[in-house]
Design a protein around this ligand. Structure first.
Ligand SMILES: [Ca+2]
Length: 206
């Protein structure tokens, strides 16, 4: 009997030491949008954010809208030292105007710091960008940011967050929730996939 007990304990220890594939979900520490139409306005406390090209009133807008970009920042300092297998940004698109402009929407690392209650179009940070896959409607839009997330964790690149924006010429408008939306079910997320010990997800304080 004792032999079986010892064998069981050894097997349990062996299994617990095998690295396991895990995920951790990080919610934004800052989120907002910047709108070329109202370039000195701040939207950091709003419960939604936007990506597109839109005016206040399409029929009255001689320029057929102005660009609007979403800014997201995720605090990764609790995860210092880990090596991730991959990372995705996920935002829930709950409203759309127009069609997603192919090859004109991008995700970008912000090149300077910003705060959600201060960000405007006029003071927006610069960016280093790449194009992203088309967004769905009324569904999660996921974008691979593995390389950037590992660089932020390693502090190889300053973590000033990212933009999701467009330089599209056609009118479109994609709406997502922000961390100000109650609960976390539809908040923007950075999901880290890694192998190792269990880590705690962040909260959004709302
Ligand atoms: Ca916000």
């Amino acid at each position: 009997m004792l032999k079986y007990f010892i064998v069981t304990i050894v097997l349990l220890l062996a299994v617990s030491c095998v690295p396991q594939a895990r995920t951790v979900t990080v919610y934004p520490s800052n989120d907002s949008f910047a709108w070329e139409w109202a370039p000195s306005n701040n939207y950091g406390s709003w419960s939604h954010s936007r990506i597109g090209k839109r005016g206040l009133n399409l029929q009255l807008d001689p320029n057929r809208g102005k660009h609007v970009w979403t800014a997201l920042m995720f605090d990764l300092t609790p995860y210092s030292g880990i090596t991730i297998d991959s990372a995705i940004v996920a935002v829930y698109i709950y409203e759309t105007v127009g069609t997603f402009p192919p090859n004109e929407v991008w995700i970008a690392k912000c090149s300077d710091d910003w705060e959600e209650n201060d960000l405007t179009w006029n003071n927006r940070p610069g960016y280093h960008n790449w194009l992203v896959p088309p967004a769905p409607q009324y569904a999660w839009w996921t974008i691979d940011v593995t390389t950037w997330a590992q660089a932020w964790i390693d502090e190889a690149y300053p973590n000033y967050g990212l933009w999701i924006g467009t330089n599209a010429t056609s009118v479109s408008d994609f709406w997502i929730y922000t961390k100000e939306e109650p609960g976390t079910e539809v908040d923007p997320q950075l999901i880290l996939y890694y192998t190792g010990i269990n880590l705690e997800s962040s909260s959004d304080e709302n």
